[in-house]
Ligand binder design. Structure first.
Ligand SMILES: Cc1cc2nc3c(=O)[nH]c(=O)nc-3n(C[C@H](O)[C@H](O)[C@H](O)COP(=O)(O)OP(=O)(O)OC[C@H]3O[C@@H](n4cnc5c(N)ncnc54)[C@H](O)[C@@H]3O)c2cc1C
Length: 387
């Protein structure tokens, strides 16, 4: 594939490592999906080959600050299990990376090695029952009392929460302030006052999701990330990393849909001919191929650019564009693959029906399609004059 030319040798190598690992270890994907089971027992094995260390410092056991590696790991893993990929992404690219970027040397030394080797599981707690897209105004509160903050509030739709050891929690620290005074904290599951309810979902079923209640949870001041009031800045600085990294999963689901549909169309005969000979089927496969190549080309280019520049405002709209476009394409390609597989496509015994349910998540999670369009249109109002 021409787009693979955009990959570094390291990225090509790790993609192959993921492929071999998933081929061997992820044989029960459909069973895990049906039983809503996340094989956390595999996390230590994933840690041994570096996968739990995405976007974490090399010297603390991670894979380093290389977003192209994050993208290709998410891509390849999503072919075999989008749900495990999402849990891994929430663990490293979302929660781990926040501590890695905003943590003090002491905080990083304490928390990053166990996240990087997969012995502890991390979650990011941003969304609340009443606060979704407007994430910069959490109702969860953290009030300082001596050398502790007391956190009260509820976070919802939190990936990994039912199994997490470490939570990165955003909370309002000063309601009276005219500025948005949001702060980020590292919270350990052992702290008293945390209760977690599991949430059932239509897709990404192997990835556990929870609602986390914080009731008078005492968090040491030493666990504040950055300074009080830095929360929105910390959140915003990580958004492009999350969106570029997780978009890799959309590419993986497009790739998986195209592979399954092509294989089936080459074998299945109707009216005396393989269905791949029919133009209506060819149109679907050609559409999937074009979505794979175009989305992948743009995403790899963006990840390479982020690696050079470490992000910034210039990448915000391009990132929103790929997050939106690749998510919509992944849903559409999975749907087309179901159609190519006919009645078999509608059974629960194939991957494409799972991709369809799983892909829908990325039109919502890490920023909805509508929010991506708002980001781009804000730039169009103020920034771009020529294209
Ligand atoms: C499986 C799953 C896993 C998740 N994992 C995590 C996690 O680990 N951590 C975490 O913090 N969150 C997580 N989320 C939450 C996710 O990020 C939010 O669901 C998402 O940001 C949208 O928020 P909301 O659901 O409250 O929708 P809302 O913000 O209430 O939006 C509802 C609808 O209104 C639209 N809308 C909102 N505002 C506007 C506007 N200004 N203009 C036009 N349309 C608008 C939205 O696009 C959407 O269509 C997860 C969600 C799911 C489903």
């Amino acid at each position: 594939m021409i787009t693979k030319q955009l990959l570094s040798d390291e990225a090509k190598n790790i993609m192959e490592v993921v492929r071999v690992f998933c081929e061997r270890e992820f044989k029960n994907t459909l069973k895990w999906d049906a039983e809503e089971y996340m094989p956390y027992e595999l996390w230590a094995k994933m840690g041994e080959i570096g996968l739990t260390g995405i976007m974490l410092d090399n010297e603390l056991g991670g894979l380093g600050d290389d977003l192209l590696l994050a993208v290709v790991i998410m891509e390849e893993m999503a072919v075999y299990s989008p749900a495990i990929g999402m849990s891994l992404g929430a663990h490293t690219i979302l929660a781990g990376n926040v501590i890695n970027r905003a943590g003090s040397p002491e905080q990083k030394k304490k928390y990053i090695p166990s996240i990087a080797n997969g012995s502890k599981v991390a979650s990011i707690c941003l969304t609340e029952p009443e606060v979704g897209s407007d994430a910069a105004h959490p109702k969860t509160k953290a009030v300082r009392k001596g050398d502790k903050y007391i956190i009260n509030g509820t976070k919802t739709f939190i990936t990994n929460a039912p199994h997490a050891d470490i939570f990165v929690v955003y909370a309002t620290t000063d309601e009276t302030s005219e500025k948005r005074n949001v702060s980020a904290f590292i919270v350990e599951k052992e702290y008293k006052g945390i209760k977690i309810d599991k949430i059932k979902k239509m897709g990404m079923r192997a990835s556990p999701t929870g609602q986390v209640h914080f009731e008078n949870v005492e968090v040491p001041v030493a666990n504040l990330l950055g300074k009080e009031g830095d929360g929105v800045y910390i959140m915003m600085a990580g958004l492009d990393v999350e969106r570029i990294g997780l978009s890799g999963a959309n590419i993986g689901m497009i790739k998986g849909s195209l592979t399954e549909a092509t294989k089936y169309a080459q074998l299945r005969k109707q009216f005396g001919k393989h269905i791949i000979k029919y133009q209506l089927i060819q149109e679907k496969l050609a559409y999937m191929f074009s979505q794979l190549e175009i989305n992948r080309c743009y995403l790899y280019t963006l990840a390479n650019e982020w690696n050079k520049t470490k992000g910034g405002k210039a990448l915000r709209s391009p990132t929103a564009a790929i997050k939106m476009h690749s998510a919509e394409a992944a849903v559409k390609c999975a749907e087309e693959a179901i159609q190519v597989l006919g009645g078999y496509g509608y059974t629960s015994e194939n991957m494409v029906q799972m991709y369809w349910r799983d892909a829908k998540l990325y039109t919502i999670g890490a920023g909805t399609i509508e929010m991506m369009k708002l980001i781009i249109s804000r730039d169009l109002e103020t920034k771009y004059t020529t294209f």
